[in-house]
Design a protein. Structure first.
Ligand code: CP
Length: 323
C-alpha cells in the first residue's frame, strides 16, 4: 500500500498547501500501516527510539496534544511537553529563544500549536529541528486535514470526485484551509457553507463552491465536515445568536434525513452540541467523529516517521517488532 515514489516531505510539515497528491497519498498509506499498532495489547514499537520531541502547545488542545503524545510514545520517542503556563514564555521569553534553548538540549522535532498564523513557519525558518504545525491561528492544521482525508477515504474508498462540504465558521478555521488544500489536491470537489459573516472574503478563489443555505449544501454533498463556531475568536456581531445559527445553519437530524444520499458526517472537535451540530447527528449512524480521533494517532505516527527520514515503503518493516 505504501507509496515509494512520493517526493520526501522535507524538514517540516507546516501545511497541506503545496503538498503533492503523491506526498499526501504516501502519508495516508503510511498511516494505514501504523494504525494497527494502537490495536495491539503492547502499543509500542521502536521506530523513533533515538528521537527526542518537544510538544509546545501555546494554545488549548485536547485531541491534537494527546494524539501527538500517544503517537510519539507508541513509536518509542522521548517526549517533553511545554505550554505557556509553567514555562518562561509566561515571563515574556520569545518563541525563538524558547525553541533555541530547547535545541541546546539536543532535540529532533518540535510540534507547535500557537494562536498566531504563520508561527510554525517562522519557527521552522529559525531552528534546525523539524517543525510540525499542530495548528497556527487561522492558517492551517495539516494533521487534522490529513486525518479527515484518511477517514473519508476509509469510508468512501477514494477522494477523487467526492463532494465534500465544509460547513460553519470557515472564516476562523485552520481546519477548513487544510481540508480545502488537501481535498482539492486529491481530486475532491469542495464546497463551503455558512453565513456570509463567517466565510472569508473571496473564498471562491480557493476553488470552492459557496452555498448560502445548508439545505442546498446537504443536497449537493457526499460528505459534510461540520466546523465548530469559534466563539473565542469572535469579538461579536458575526451571528445574531447561537439559537438562530442552529435554526438556520445547524446540521440537524431532519436536514440529514432529507439528504438525497447517505451522508458521511465529520467534525474536528471540540463540538458545540446543539449549535453547529445536533447530538442525534453527532452520535448517529452517519457520524465518523470518533474514528477521526482514532485515525489522528495513526496520521501523526506517519508524519513523525516520514519527517524523521523513514521511507514510506519501509513502514511495514520498521514497525515489525515490539519495543
Ligand atoms: N481538532 C482539534 O484540533 O482539537 P483540539 O483543539 O482539542 O486539539
Amino acid at each position: 500500500m505504501a507509496h515509494p515514489t512520493a517526493p520526501p516531505l522535507g524538514k517540516d510539515l507546516l501545511g497541506l498547501e503545496g503538498l503533492t497528491r503523491e506526498q499526501i497519498t504516501s502519508i495516508l498509506d503510511t498511516a494505514e500501516t501504523f494504525k494497527e499498532i494502537s490495536e495491539r495489547p503492547v502499543k509500542k514499537v521502536p521506530v523513533l527510539r533515538t528521537k527526542t520531541i518537544v510538544n509546545a502547545f501555546f494554545e488549548n488542545s485536547t485531541r491534537t496534544r494527546v494524539s501527538f503524545e500517544f503517537a510519539e510514545k507508541r513509536l518509542s520517542a522521548d517526549t517533553v511537553n511545554i505550554s505557556t503556563a509553567g514555562s518562561s514564555v509566561a515571563k515574556g521569553e520569545t518563541l525563538v529563544d524558547t525553541a533555541r534553548n530547547l535545541e541546546a538540549m539536543r532535540i529532533d522535532m518540535v510540534v507547535i500549536r500557537h494562536h498566531a498564523s504563520g508561527s510554525a513557519q517562522f519557527l521552522a525558518e529559525r531552528i534546525a529541528s523539524s517543525v510540525i504545525n499542530a495548528g497556527d491561528g487561522k492558517h492551517e492544521h495539516p494533521t487534522q486535514g490529513l486525518l479527515d482525508l484518511m477517514t473519508i477515504r476509509q469510508y468512501r474508498g477514494a477522494l477523487q470526485g467526492l463532494r465534500v462540504c465544509i460547513c460553519g465558521d470557515v472564516l476562523h478555521s485552520r481546519v477548513a484551509r487544510s481540508n480545502i488544500h488537501g481535498l482539492r489536491t486529491m481530486g475532491a470537489e469542495v464546497g463551503v457553507c455558512g453565513p456570509r459573516t463567517l466565510l472569508p472574503p473571496h473564498v471562491e478563489e480557493l476553488g470552492v463552491t459557496v452555498f448560502r443555505r445548508i439545505e442546498e449544501a446537504i443536497e449537493w454533498a457526499d460528505v459534510l465536515n461540520v466546523l465548530r463556531l469559534q466563539l473565542e475568536r469572535m469579538k461579536g456581531g458575526f451571528i445574531p445568536s447561537l439559537r438562530e445559527y442552529n435554526r438556520v445553519f445547524g446540521v440537524t437530524r431532519a436536514r440529514v434525513e432529507a439528504a438525497p444520499r447517505d451522508l458521511l458526517i465529520l467534525h474536528p472537535g471540540p463540538m458545540n452540541r446543539g449549535v453547529e451540530i445536533d447530538s442525534n447527528v453527532a452520535d448517529g449512524p452517519q457520524s465518523v467523529i470518533l474514528e477521526q480521533v482514532t485515525n489522528g494517532v495513526a496520521v501523526r505516527m506517519a508524519v513523525l516517521y516520514l519527517l524523521a527520514g523513514g521511507e514510506p515503503g519501509q513502514a511495514e518493516a520498521a514497525k515489525g517488532g515490539s519495543a
